[in-house]
Structures are given as C-alpha cells and as structure tokens.
Design a protein around this ligand. Structure first.
Ligand code: URA
Length: 476
C-alpha cells in the first residue's frame, strides 16, 4: 500500500478568505485532491506527522494557460462568510466544495448535499455573529491623549468577524474616535484611518474610563425607559439578547429587576389608563396629561417627555408635523428647532399667522437613537404613527379646524390612516370625513437636507403650498 502525501497549506490569517482562494485555485489547477490537503491556521501549525511542509503548487506556479477554476456566485457568497467561522476544518470543507464544483457546477443548488448544508450553516452562524456584534458593542468614554474624547468597546465575538465588521462601525461612528478591543485583535479609528491592533483583554478596555462613565449611565437609562412591562416576553428577549452578551452590556444589569417588577408596573400602567383609551379626553388640558402618560408604543416608553400641540384651542388651521425633535423635546414645544424655523420663515412670507393656528404632531414623543451625547432622529414606523393617531384624532375633535396642513408623509398618515405618497397627493385640497379640508406638502426638514439646486425648486413648491393655505384661510 502506498502512503499518500498530505500537504499542509498555511492560511495567513483566520479570516484570510482572499489568500485562501488564490492558493486553492492554484492547487485545483495542479490537480491536488481534497484529501491530499490540510489547511493549517495561525497558532495551529503542529499539523500532521505525515504532512509535507510545502504544497505541490503555489499560485505563481500555476501556468497561465491552466484551465480556469469554476466557482459559482452562490459558493463565493457563502464561502466568504463561512471562512470566518471558528470551525478549524472550515477551509478543508471549502476546498472540498470548490473541488466538487469543477465537476458539478450547480452543486450549490443541491440543498440535500451534506457539504452544501454544512457551509450554509457555517455562513448563517457567522452572519448572526456579525449582527450581534453590531447590536451589542457598547462604547465607553475614556480619557484621550489630547483631551478629545475617545470611545472604547470590549467585545468577544464567537467567530473571526472583527475585520468584516470594520466598515460598518466606521460608517456608523465615523465622527467619533474609537477602539474596539477583542481577544482576537483590535480596530482603532481616529476619524480618518482604520488601524489594526493586537489581541486585548477586558481589563485593557476598562482602563482610563472617565469617572461616572456617562455612556453606560445613558444606556441604562434608555433601556429602563424603553422596557415595556406590558409587552414582556422573556424567551423572545433572551433570544434577541443572548445571556452570554449580558456581561458586557451596561443595561443588562437591570434586566432581573425589571422582569421582577414587570407585573407591578403593568398593573400601575393600567391603573393610569395608559392601556385603556376608550373615551377621548374632554379638554385639551386633559389630552396633554394623558398623552404624556401614554406608553402604548416603544416611543412613548423611551423616557422622553411628550410634546403637546400648541396654539389657539379653536384654530381654523391645524398644522401637523411628524414628531417633536431634539429641540422640541427639550423645550416642550412643537416647531422650535431648525425645521420649525424653516416653517416659520415660509409662513411669514406667505402671510400665514402661526399665532392663530394650532401646531401639533402625528407622534407625540421624540423617537431617537442615543449616540454619545447626541440624540439622532429616527422616523416613526407606520404602526407607531397609527397608534398615536388616536391622540391626533382626539385633538382634531376638540379643536375642529376647518383646514389641516400635513407636513410630510408621517403627518399625512396620521390624518388619513393610510400610506401617502407626498409627491402624488400634495398641493391639492382633499376632503376629510368631518368636513375639513386637508392639504399635504413636504416636511420642512426635507428642505434642509436638499442641496442648493433642488432646494430652490422645492422651497418654491413649499411656498406655493403655504400660499394656498393662506388664501383658503382668508377666502381669497
Ligand atoms: N418636526 C416636526 O415634525 N415637528 C416638530 O414639532 C418639530 C420638527
């Protein structure tokens, strides 16, 4: 019996899919069969007693006229992810599949094939790990060398996903200076370039944390505020936020207490009437108090104060925005931030007296994402708008405006209770079932986002819409 040589082929780094692919192509072209190769990973070079140190073909040896190696797109996509799995045999599996693909180009369509199923399972696990890292990295502010804030996070991925996630964190936190430390290596972003660093420990990540650790406190406050006892489903929660991540999540410390007190808090909410909104409030004051206590959606539970409608109680014109922003939530008044200023300037030019109108919003709490010291605006979902619609209807019932101006699609949904395309339905009066007339236009924050050219045209359309409202008010 002849003993077959086993070639040991190094992979330069645990996540070096590109390097593996180049070598694998050359080996396939050299006719090296899967059971002749053992892929060896960094830190695991001891290998097999019979393994030869050098493979029979390196990429450079493969002749230029060698047959091309086939790899379907389905294979490349799955292999790219599966290569990041911690399974030490993953590159052997990938090579076996690549070898088999040369004879069976549609192999990846065979969902019953055990190699196809294995690679699919590895890729899925890696995708989940990537997603968990994006969801559960928590930055803490540390003392920077030059006094500017630097944020450090500690994370323990199950697989080799750190580099693959670098682009995501640069895009998401591009304006901050941060480091993500893991037992496998580190990423450092200085606002301009991404650098890699050696493996770290949790103690490294905790060094120099600023006194009071404000980011942690913020996360804890946010989590406690969005935790809705009436919606508590422990299994679903643990599935979304597996227990093994808890030790690095500041907010996870709160979970046992929040669960323990959930029943009592739910009873208190019901007693407050937040889950029982049968009768509309009898006055605008009662409406404001009730809206502030509303916890029927996640926005209502996020710890911000509700911003009530403002202005004349019997105004002939009601102007409806999307939701209060950062400035409005702090001031407790609608339309006082940048978008509000745009509205006020245009209204003045159109001769619309906002002091004689009612200003309100489709959603009463500020939906946002905490990012360091900032609160980033987030659009409410259709469901959240529909939940808050009850309050807008109640306000319309009390004020009874003859004209309603909806600023943007969320406001229009709040009035009509359906999806609205602003471009298709804007700039014409639409009858409402209570006899009032509705005009839909863009939201002023949209004008703020446009560049100079598109901005001029859109501002003119917005001005025309406000002029229509002014004319309808005066009967001109
Ligand atoms: N944008 C809105 O839609 N409403 C406000 O109150 C402020 C900004």
């Amino acid at each position: 019996m002849t003993m077959q040589t086993l070639w040991r082929v190094p992979v330069a780094a645990h996540d070096d899919f590109d390097g593996w692919r180049d070598t694998a192509r050359a080996l396939i072209q050299a006719g090296v069969m899967p059971d002749q190769v053992r892929w060896s990973l960094p830190g695991n070079q001891a290998g097999d007693l019979f393994a030869a140190a050098t493979p029979p073909a390196q990429p450079a040896d493969a002749g230029a006229d060698a047959a091309p190696v086939r790899a379907s797109r389905a294979f490349v996509e799955l292999a790219n992810r599966a290569a990041l799995h911690a399974d030490p045999a993953r590159f052997d599996l990938l090579y076996r599949l690549l070898w088999r693909l040369q004879a069976v180009p549609r192999l990846m369509d065979d969902r019953a094939d055990s190699d196809v199923r294995k690679v699919d399972a590895l890729a899925r696990t890696v995708r989940r790990d990537i997603h968990k890292m994006r969801a559960f990295v928590r930055f803490r502010e540390v003392a920077g060398d030059d006094g500017t804030p630097h944020y450090v996070a500690w994370f323990e991925p199950d697989h080799h996903i750190l580099r693959a996630n670098g682009g995501f964190f640069v895009r998401r936190f591009g304006t901050m200076r941060w480091s993500i430390l893991t037992p496998q290596g580190a990423l450092h972003w200085d606002g301009e370039a991404l650098r890699e660093g050696p493996p770290a420990t949790r103690a490294d990540a905790r060094a120099n944390i600023l006194g009071g650790d404000p980011a942690e406190a913020l996360w804890r406050t946010y989590y406690a505020a969005i935790f809705n006892p009436a919606r508590l489903k422990i299994d679903a929660m643990v599935k979304e936020m597996p227990r093994r991540y808890w030790k690095n999540l500041p907010e996870a410390e709160l979970i046992p207490d929040l669960i323990a007190s959930a029943q009592a808090r739910e009873a208190a909410m019901i007693a407050l009437g937040a889950e029982d909104m049968g009768r509309p409030p009898a006055s605008l004051d009662a409406l404001d108090v009730a809206v502030d206590a509303c916890r029927r959606c996640a926005i209502g539970c996020n710890g911000t104060r509700a911003v009530a409608g403002e202005g004349v109680a019997t105004a002939p014109l009601m102007i409806v925005g999307e939701q209060p922003g950062d400035h409005e939530e702090q001031a407790g008044q609608p339309f006082v931030g940048p978008a509000g200023q745009v509205l006020r300037q245009h209204a003045q030019r159109a001769g619309l007296d906002l002091g004689a109108a009612r200003l309100t919003n489709a959603v009463r709490h500020f939906k946002h994402l905490p990012r360091g010291k900032q609160r980033l605006h987030q659009n409410p979902t259709a469901r959240e708008i529909d939940t808050c619609r009850w309050w807008l209807d109640a306000e319309r019932l009390l004020v009874r405006p003859r004209l309603v101006l909806a600023l943007g699609a969320s406001a229009a949904r709040g009035i009509l209770g359906r999806t609205v395309s602003v471009q298709q339905e804007r700039s014409r009066w639409l009858p409402l079932e209570d006899g009032a007339q509705l005009l839909i236009t863009t939201h002023p924050s949209y004008l703020l986002r446009l560049g100079p050219e598109a901005g001029v045209a859109e501002e003119a359309r917005f001005a025309d819409d406000l002029a229509m409202v002014a004319r309808a008010l005066t009967g001109a």
